[in-house]
Design a protein around this ligand. Structure first.
Ligand code: NAI
Length: 480
């Protein structure tokens, strides 16, 4: 606690550095700055309490300060143990007009290199407002904050203590046990917290999968807006963001020359397409693995070889997973890799790689080269280099996606939060996407910022192709 703010970050003295980077990022985030201008007078989030679980980076600080500019109170945590940029976290706490001695920003609970218990502690602190209140809405990335609320309500309703013997994982049971204790001390209850939540806006593919599952089984406790599937999110952030930040992560982690190497990219969805392009851009010979024949054929048309990991793993110099699936690279693959093959994951969770299985292998030895870079030496003496312990390599080893592409994603987040708060009556306990007009609005701002000139339809042309002159220009089923 300092100056009435509760928070937990690495070092508030980094705030000045963070503020410089936030200032530069604002110029590169025209979508967020336009929304600040548009809503400066009306402040549609006045009265909202927004809890965010999303990588605490410089770009996220610009998102946080946009939500505040629109009138919201905000609490924040990171959605990954390695992704926080400590200077951004410090600057968000200090705020634009505070000092490290008298911070005036928002409560942030995040630092780079949290342990898992610390991670869940941060998530809990971010969700609980002074007095045991909950948020009016959640910004989520990967669904952990939403999962926490749902699990806590489930245990509370069942009136049982989480128990590893009953099938709850040990870590989860310990965490929820601790949560119950801290909550009863503060007099809050999770059903009460959940009932105040107007909705969640979800950032990524993996979190969206979880939301549709909850909605389909009737378990979803509040409305959800799927931000990921705005076209200006997944077709830009997941693809062009990854094209930028994957090689950034590999370079900062290893500085190995990528040109001429054989790189295997597992998965050819939006993230896989960006990953493959990123590696090919550096001159790698890229091989793609896929389970879906449509994506496999796209990869072939784009000029990549398509093969199974089993058949090519012995040739690979770099292996990257992008599937959002589990157990994609298993120990039998890792042990067959060449000496010093680089292995990394850029999908949301670390379970794409069987890191636990690797650690259990007889004779295996782990040498930590530097933070987020480990050499795993097998009993026969050969080794592989694993980045960010199998967690998102672009955020673990580098700084995630650059500002401009996050401006597209986060403009959708802000619009979704305004919707949930000001048009709450429209939404039931289902998963919704934002209307296409808003997607086109986000794109229009960024086209203009890049100096592009849009061609305008004539009335006659609009009538001929059957669309309004001002859009939306495509039917819902159009795939871009
Ligand atoms: P997507 O659904 O478009 O692509 C995933 C692809 O993997 C699909 O084409 C699927 O057929 C394929 N796949 C599934 N299991 C496979 C297997 N066993 N072997 C080979 N291919 C397999 O999803 P998207 O949007 O590309 O996201 C992928 C992951 O990346 C998600 O976990 C998402 O949350 C995460 N993500 C990470 C970002 C980052 O900054 N690191 C940014 C955006 C998304």
């Amino acid at each position: 606690h300092l100056n009435g703010l509760d928070f937990a970050v690495a070092d508030l003295s980094l705030a000045e550095f963070g503020r410089h980077e936030i200032r530069l990022a604002e110029h590169e985030m025209p979508g967020l700055m336009e929304l600040r201008r548009e809503y400066a007078e009306t402040r549609p989030l006045q009265g909202a309490r927004i809890s965010g679980s999303l990588h605490m980076t410089v770009q996220t600080a610009v998102l946080i300060e946009t939500l505040v500019a629109l009138g919201a109170e905000v609490r924040w945590a990171s959605c990954n143990i390695f992704s926080t940029q400590d200077h951004a976290a410090a600057a968000a706490v200090v705020g634009p007009d505070g000092t490290p001695e008298a911070p005036r920003g928002v409560p942030v609970f995040a630092w780079k290199g949290e342990s898992l218990p610390e991670y869940w502690w941060c998530t809990e602190r971010m969700l609980l407002w002074p007095g045991g209140q909950g948020p009016t809405a959640i910004v989520d990335d990967g669904g952990d904050a939403t999962l926490l609320v749902h699990k806590a309500v489930e245990f509370e309703k069942a009136g049982r203590v989480p128990d590893p013997v009953a099938g709850d994982s040990e870590e989860w049971a310990a965490f929820l046990g601790q949560l119950r204790a801290s909550l009863s001390a503060e007099g809050a209850n999770w059903s009460g917290v959940a009932s105040e939540i107007l909705g969640v806006s979800e950032e990524t593919t993996t979190g969206v999968h979880r939301l549709y599952h909850l909605a389909n089984t009737g378990e979803l406790l509040f409305p959800a807006i799927n931000v990921n599937d705005s076209v200006t999110k997944s077709k830009f952030d997941n693809r062009y963001g990854i094209r930028h930040s994957l090689v950034d992560g590999i370079n900062r982690g290893t500085d190995v020359l990528i040109g001429g190497k054989v790189a295997v990219v597992c998965g050819y969805g939006d993230v896989g397409k960006g990953a493959a392009e990123s590696l090919r851009g550096q001159g790698a010979r890229v091989i793609v693995t896929e389970i879906d024949p449509i994506c496999a054929l796209q990869a072939q048309m784009d000029g990549y070889e398509v093969a199974t990991l089993d058949s090519v793993v012995g040739r690979a110099d770099i292996v990257i997973t992008t599937t959002g699936n589990k157990d994609v690279v298993r120990v039998e693959h890792m042990s067959r890799m060449k000496h010093q093959t680089i292995l990394a994951n850029i999908g949301h969770f670390d379970n794409e790689l069987d890191m636990a299985g690797l650690a259990r292998l007889p004779g295996i030895r782990r040498a930590n080269v530097k933070p987020q870079v480990d050499e795993w030496v097998f009993a026969d003496g050969h080794s592989i280099i694993v980045l960010a312990e199998g967690r998102l390599v672009n955020l673990g080893n580098a700084t995630g996606h650059p500002s401009f592409v996050m401006s597209c994603s986060f403009a959708n987040q802000v619009i979704a939060q305004v919707e949930l708060y000001s048009a709450r009556e429209r939404y039931e306990r289902q998963v919704y996407r934002l209307p296409k007009e808003l997607d086109e609005k986000v794109a229009r701002i960024h086209v203009r910022a890049l100096g592009g000139e849009l061609t305008e339809l004539t009335d006659d042309q609009a009538e001929y192709i059957g669309v309004p002159v001002r859009g939306p220009y495509k039917p819902e089923h159009y795939r871009y």
